[in-house]
Ligand binder design. Structure first.
Ligand SMILES: Cc1cc2nc3c(=O)[nH]c(=O)nc-3n(C[C@H](O)[C@H](O)[C@H](O)COP(=O)(O)OP(=O)(O)OC[C@H]3O[C@@H](n4cnc5c(N)ncnc54)[C@H](O)[C@@H]3O)c2cc1C
Length: 647
């Protein structure tokens, strides 16, 4: 009998539930911060000892000139650096990342709920004060956390793998003025990264839409409390169940509609079809699969790629060549030293939707008037930071329905063991994510799905207000007041996180000062466009109807009105609009600040500058109706090929 079998025999003899002696949520929150701080301190010490600016034991790093310099090792940068290093061993590649090695706690999927607000390995940004949304958030600002480590935000995100609607990418092609950016031509780049083992791997059309054998594992998981009922209720309502990354995000019914000979009557009859599904995630054997792990750590480390951790790039340097600026390298701060490195061929900025525009602006690439107001010499006048888009969420529910995840009850010794031994159970799943759906609201323009909703099966437990505060920035006192007394009684519950997939509100990012250490001003203008509230209102009512009027769910919405909306008629449109205004904020899907067609051209080169590209979520010109890591990784695959073609 092997060790694993032996342990399982012992565990099977124990009572079914063997809870930890203290509330798990309290233990996790305290221990996690301590553990992450210690991890980063040790990692930094090891980095100073083995790969400092004064003495590097790594032969790949002992240069001050490289062919390519990539800034930021996140969702995109990690892909770009490894792909271009592997493409030609004669090219020397330098990857500069402000953070360090992700901690082992970042790799446990269920910890996602607790990973934000960790100053040691996240950038903790807040939006400016919002007036149309987020009124119940701390200071009416929303949290805008990003990952600061190898893997970037893919090391803190919720791991959902969702590509977007075909039409999203067809619109990108229009923005780029290049059909190479349409869905048909981008699908191979989605497939290239993937090793698809998700919920729809056995579908007959799986190979047409999914990749096999790529570096990024796409999986599903066995712990989605209440997902089956959610899907059963959807079936009752006539919605389609299916693969949202496959033929159609809106289900088979849509193709009937599009191909119908008599268009208008069919449209009226079949209005607003939706697809419901289980969720595919980026995990491998139950552990988080961030881009650092997928593209570098677990799959070969190119010997011409130098990675410098804890390197904060503060400036891109330029030289004037025949009247045109050319990027020649970057300046960075690392372990209290400032260094400059040169790039013989290209600088690639992959610092993310907040980091990339910030670095470009600090370097003189951006709107002239803004740069001049900060006394930054202008290199190139471009609308950097001007097209900020994000998904605005609202919370529907809670619906007091079991089963759901209660960390104090369900994080048990058995759960830990089943995670460690077989990569399954509550710890191997993103916390509480249990099914999702897409809807098309009446204000959708063009006329395809513009809403996404995720069932978040998390119980009302005593520490939930504090945990939601860390997760979404919603005020703890308001949540405590609202949930009382149900959270003190540990009541099973489901929340629905509903968001505008194609927001019409557009915000902007500007520098607060010319000091690279200062956070930028991030103004997403959440719900500034009235259609975004109307879209959410439509989705809100659809979800309430699903829970209240299906036999599979059959649960009324939480009886206590949301604080701040008590004076309005409960469940009226005005009441729901008030809930949306109060409970709304960032879903952490920022894109667009260095948009394709506006700041970068169809080859992702910064317009009017040589030797400089941006490759990350910031180039996405319109947010897809989906979470953004899949499309960012796809952009990185495409961008890498564009660089390789020019080598
Ligand atoms: C909390 C959270 C939850 C999310 N959930 C999901 C989800 O479930 N599914 C999904 O699809 N998407 C999700 N996303 C979004 C997804 O993770 C991002 O879209 C994706 O990671 C973007 O990749 P990127 O390369 O553009 O930026 P990032 O992944 O943020 O990487 C940027 C990197 O650049 C580094 N950097 C920044 N500035 C500098 C500098 N000056 N010098 C050196 N390095 C620098 C950063 O430290 C970071 O490592 C989530 C994001 C967050 C934050």
């Amino acid at each position: 009998m092997g060790l694993v079998d032996g342990l399982n025999t012992v565990l099977n003899a124990l009572p079914a539930r063997w809870p930890l002696p203290l509330p798990a949520s309290a233990v996790i929150v305290t221990a996690l911060t301590l553990a992450i701080n210690s991890w980063v301190t040790l990692d930094m010490a090891q980095d100073v000892a083995t790969n400092s600016e004064l003495l590097s034991l790594d032969p790949k790093c002992q240069f001050t000139s490289f062919d390519y310099i990539v800034v930021g090792a996140g969702g995109a940068g990690m892909v770009v650096a490894t792909r271009i290093a592997n493409a030609s061993s004669s090219n020397r590649v330098l990857l500069l990342e402000a953070g360090g090695e992700p901690s082992i706690l970042n790799d446990i999927p269920s910890m996602d709920f607790f990973l934000l607000n960790q100053p040691a390995n996240t950038w903790i940004y807040n939006s400016t004060v919002q007036t149309k949304a987020c009124q119940n958030c701390d200071g009416k600002r929303t949290l805008t956390t990003r990952g600061k480590m190898l893997g970037g935000s893919t090391a803190v995100n919720f791991m959902m793998y969702v590509r977007g609607n075909k039409e999203d990418f067809n619109r990108w092609a229009t923005d780029a003025g290049d059909n190479q950016w349409n869905y048909e031509n981008l699908l191979p780049y989605f497939k290239k990264s993937e090793d698809y083992n998700g919920a729809y791997a056995d579908d007959s059309s799986s190979t047409q839409y999914h990749g096999k054998g790529g570096l990024l594992n796409i999986a599903t998981h066995d712990y989605m409390p209440g997902a089956d009922e959610f899907l059963a209720a959807a079936t009752e309502k006539g919605y389609t169940i299916g693969d949202y990354n496959g033929e159609n995000q809106e289900g088979r019914i849509l193709s009937l509609y599009h191909n119908a000979p008599i268009h208008i009557p069919v449209k009226l009859f079949l209005a607003y079809p939706s697809v419901f599904s289980k969720i595919d995630v980026t995990t491998q054997d139950g552990w988080r699969e961030n881009t650092y792990r997928a593209f570098y750590k677990d799959t070969g480390k190119p010997n011409n790629l130098c990675i410098k951790k804890y390197a904060h790039v503060t400036k891109i340097n330029f030289r004037n060549v025949e009247g045109k600026p050319r990027a020649t390298g970057v300046t960075y701060q690392r372990h209290n030293l400032t260094r400059t490195v040169t790039a013989r061929k290209e600088v690639i900025v992959s610092a993310g939707t907040i980091g990339s525009p910030k670095l470009l602006l600090l370097s003189g690439v951006g709107p002239t008037s803004h740069l001049q107001s900060l006394k930054i010499p202008v290199v190139k006048d471009l609308p950097v930071g001007q097209n900020l888009q994000d998904h605005t969420y609202t919370i529907v529910g809670p619906f007091m329905k079991s089963p759901s995840l209660n960390p104090n009850r369900d994080v048990t010794v058995q759960a830990a063991t089943s995670f460690l031994l077989s990569g399954s159970g509550a710890l191997a799943a993103p916390a509480g994510l249990a099914g999702q759906a897409f809807f098309r609201s009446p204000v959708a323009q063009p006329d395809y799905a513009d809403l996404q909703v995720v069932q978040f099966s998390v119980a009302l437990y005593p520490e939930l207000p504090r945990d939601l505060n860390k997760f979404f920035g919603i005020r703890t006192d308001i949540l405590e007041n609202w949930f009382d007394p149900y959270n003190k009684e540990n009541t099973d519950a489901r929340f629905l996180v509903l968001w505008v997939g194609r927001p019409k509100s557009v915000g902007n990012l500007t520098l607060a000062s010319n000091n690279p250490q200062d956070n930028p001003n991030i103004d997403p203008q959440y719900l500034a466009h009235p259609d975004d509230t109307e879209a959410l209102l439509y989705g809100f009512k659809k979800v309430v109807d699903l829970f209240e009027n299906s036999t599979s769910l059959n649960t009324p919405i939480f009886p206590k009105p949301v604080p701040g909306c008590e004076n309005l008629t409960f469940k009226s449109d005005e009441y729901y609009r008030c809930v949306i205004k109060n409970f709304s904020g960032s879903l952490y899907h920022h894109v667009g600040t260095c948009a394709l067609g506006k700041v970068v051209d169809n080859k992702l080169k910064v317009k009017g500058i040589d030797g400089l590209r941006v490759i990350d979520a910031s180039v996405i010109p319109r947010t897809p109706n989906a979470n953004t890591q899949a499309s960012t990784i796809m952009v990185a695959e495409k961008g890498s090929d564009l660089i390789i073609a020019d080598m």
